[in-house]
Design a protein around this ligand. Structure first.
Ligand SMILES: Nc1ncnc2c1ncn2[C@@H]1O[C@H](COP(=O)(O)OP(=O)(O)O)[C@@H](O)[C@H]1O
Ligand SMILES: [Mg+2]
Length: 323
């Protein structure tokens, strides 16, 4: 449904998107995960015909975004980072206005507006001024305007940014419900977001794709990576010697302690889950294991980890981490 080949976008001498290629099959929900400035919005603006690429091609339903923009626009619904909402319009009137702009025929308009209102569950605010809506409702109105003309493809730029936890859950459910009928690309800089909503994830950093996988596989690849924190009762040097002797452990440092327990941060080899060996060694060594915790990784650490294990662009990711 979507085919992107060696897409590059330069702004002057700065390269925002650098040779990105990917495909999205019909009905798939693809997540674009990357930190701010990674090139997510730029890629989406090219796919929605708002920006021409510098190099490479992008096709939607077989139509080239640059050469056949009218055909592409007919098939694509777009929720920009800041949706073009008019605060002085009522929800229903706004959606009717959007349908008009999108060229929905007059006789079909009421039905299409009604369907979008139902799908996005904004029926209870159809006569409310957009300016008076909560952020969660506003975002759903934004999604409603994107699906008005019943496009095959939906492109949603950070659809859950700035929402509270309850609104995030509602928006996620809405998006999951739209997959299947529509082919969806959504962007986010939050890892759990793609894990919960997407069937496949493309991680982009500094304009390049650094990983592409299912959320399950990404989670598996990330498991055991990063820092483990253990809490151990025992004599410091003996405990450290035991921990450092476990295969796959690169470093161990005492971080603190309380009530005769040591808190130790342990760094493991990338891609190796050492938890069970570590716990076994501590106990066999005659120390008391009071706790073992996987510390969460920051998005930067995730990029560094993925790029290092893939042995591609490790240097680039390291720079990104320092920045
Ligand atoms: N109109 C523009 N002019 C110049 N640079 C831009 C413009 N839009 C985006 N950029 C730059 O391109 C890079 C990618 O930006 P963007 O696509 O917005 O990333 P993301 O959506 O992943 O945060 C950033 O370094 C950004 O500063
Ligand atoms: Mg963006």
């Amino acid at each position: 449904m979507i085919e992107v080949d060696s897409l590059t976008k330069r702004y002057g001498r700065a390269t925002a998107v650098d040779g990105v290629s990917f495909r999205v099959e019909k009905g798939e929900i693809l997540g674009f995960l990357g930190p701010n400035g990674a090139g997510k919005t730029t890629t989406m603006r090219i796919l929605t015909c708002y920006l021409p690429p510098t190099q490479g091609t992008a096709r939607v339903g077989g139509y080239d975004v640059f050469e056949q923009p009218m055909e592409v626009r007919r098939r694509v619904g777009y929720l920009p980072e800041t949706p073009p909402l008019y605060p002085d319009m009522e929800v229903h009137d706004y959606l009717d206005f959007c349908a008009k702009i999108k060229g929905v025929a007059a006789r079909e308009r009421e039905a299409k507006v009604g369907a979008a209102i139902d799908k996005c569950r904004v029926g209870d605010v159809r006569t409310t001024l957009i300016g008076k809506l909560s952020k969660g409702y506003r975002q759903r109105v934004g999604v409603a305007q994107a699906i008005l003309h019943n496009p095959d493809v939906l492109i949603l730029d950070e659809p859950t940014a700035g929402l509270d936890p309850k609104q995030i859950i509602e928006t996620r459910e809405l998006i999951r419900g739209l997959g299947g009928d529509h082919t969806v690309i959504l962007s986010t800089h939050i890892l759990p977001e793609v894990q919960l909503t997407c069937g496949r994830v493309l991680i982009i950093n500094e304009g390049r794709v650094v990983a592409e996988d299912s959320p399950e596989n990404l989670t598996r690849r990330l498991k055991g990576a990063g820092t483990l924190r253990i809490e151990v009762r025992g004599e410091e040097n003996a405990v450290l010697a035991t921990v450092r002797a476990v295969p796959g452990i690169l470093a161990a440092h005492v971080r603190g302690g309380h009530d005769e327990a040591l808190v130790i941060d342990v760094e493991a080899e990338a891609g190796r889950d050492v938890r069970s060996d570590l716990a076994g060694a501590v106990v066999t060594g005659g120390h008391g294991l009071l706790g073992l915790q996987q510390m969460g990784m920051s998005l930067e650490e995730i990029f560094l980890h993925l790029t290092t294990t893939d042995e591609t662009e490790a240097a680039g990711a390291a720079e990104a981490k320092e920045a």
